[in-house]
Ligand binder design. Structure first.
Ligand SMILES: Nc1nc2c(ncn2[C@@H]2O[C@H](COP(=O)(O)OP(=O)(O)OP(=O)(O)O)[C@@H](O)[C@H]2O)c(=O)[nH]1
Length: 286
């Protein structure tokens, strides 16, 4: 098997920073993680990508096409569709080494994850190429300021989760930038009593929307809670333990390393009894 984190989320939420920090953190424990830049409009990032979509197509190529008249968003979707039409290019770039671990840094256009099927098709191709996947949905914690924004963020994450249909983890970024007061406020959304928030939180209950659709808000809360659909993990990039926990969580979701253990067991030295028996190893496997 091979493994890939698919890092998605709105523009500016901290996707590239997450990739950089994860790669750096992994290096400290002598793990090699390759990064794939999948953003054809990326201007700069701190990591050195092993694979870069801009070697195939750049968003400017699409925007400068005189026949197509694309704006920035249309051009970006065109580039992603172009990638789908050129999957052998990506397959070739990814190679075929067992146990390789990639992080895909994806574009910030949220429609790619909520209702277009480009990313879904890309993930299907990766699965065909023997990848185990985990989508890592990154949201800026500064937008999680009250119960209403918590419900919106949960719905956005839920939408991406149901569209992509792969194992899914939601992360709140930029925790290091929050004030003490904001950190305290955020706590209730990390282990949320969603039903209670939807039914009783003043920001929700007093909103104009809620005055008309209170039942709907309560039902959304019930669905989110009863099915444990969305839980946000905080990410503080200045805290190595926090980075380690997140990597551990994502690895667990993909069952990273499971195959490696099995392989090592296969090559264990035969015990003395087996050494006397020429066929012992084959029998053991059979
Ligand atoms: N202090 C701090 N800054 C962060 C963190 N994450 C992102 N930033 C900053 O926020 C800005 C945007 O971060 P990026 O990592 O480029 O965000 P992105 O999601 O890749 O953005 P797009 O590629 O435009 O979608 C940059 O200036 C980062 O340095 C974080 O956890 N802590």
């Amino acid at each position: 098997m091979r493994y890939a984190q698919i890092v998605i989320g709105p523009a500016g939420s901290g996707k590239s920073t997450y990739c950089t920090e994860m790669q750096r953190h992994a290096e400290t424990s002598r793990r090699n993680i390759h990064i794939v830049n999948l953003d054809p409009a990326a201007e700069s990032f701190e990591y050195k990508p092993s694979i870069d979509i801009r070697d195939l197509i750049h968003v400017d190529d699409a925007m400068e096409d005189e026949e197509m008249h694309f704006g920035p968003n249309g051009a970006l979707v065109f580039c992603m569709e172009f990638l789908l039409e050129n999957l052998p290019w990506l397959e070739n770039q990814l190679g075929e080494d067992d146990d390789d671990y990639f992080i895909f840094d994806c574009p910030g256009q949220i429609e790619l994850y909520t209702h277009l099927n480009v990313m879904k098709k890309l993930l299907e191709a990766l699965e065909l190429w023997n990848f185990r996947l985990c989508a890592v949905f990154i949201l800026d914690s500064h937008f999680m300021i009250n119960a209403s924004s918590f419900i919106s963020a949960s719905m956005a994450a839920l939408s991406a989760m149901t569209t992509l249909e792969v194992t899914f983890i939601s992360i709140l970024s930029k925790i290091d930038l929050l004030s003490k007061k904001s950190k305290k406020q955020l706590e209730r959304f990390l282990e949320p009593d969603v039903k209670d928030i939807c039914a009783n939180d003043t920001a929700v209950v007093n909103s104009k929307w809620n005055q008309k659709h209170q039942m709907l808000t309560e039902m959304i809360g019930r669905v989110l809670e009863d099915y444990s659909l969305i839980k946000f993990a905080p990410l503080n990039i200045t805290d190595e333990d926090n980075l380690a926990n997140i990597l551990f969580m994502v690895d667990n979701c993909m069952q990273f390393g499971e195959d490696r253990d099995i392989k090592m067991a296969e090559f264990d030295a035969p015990d003395e009894e087996d050494e006397d028996n020429d066929d012992g190893y084959e029998e053991g496997r059979g």
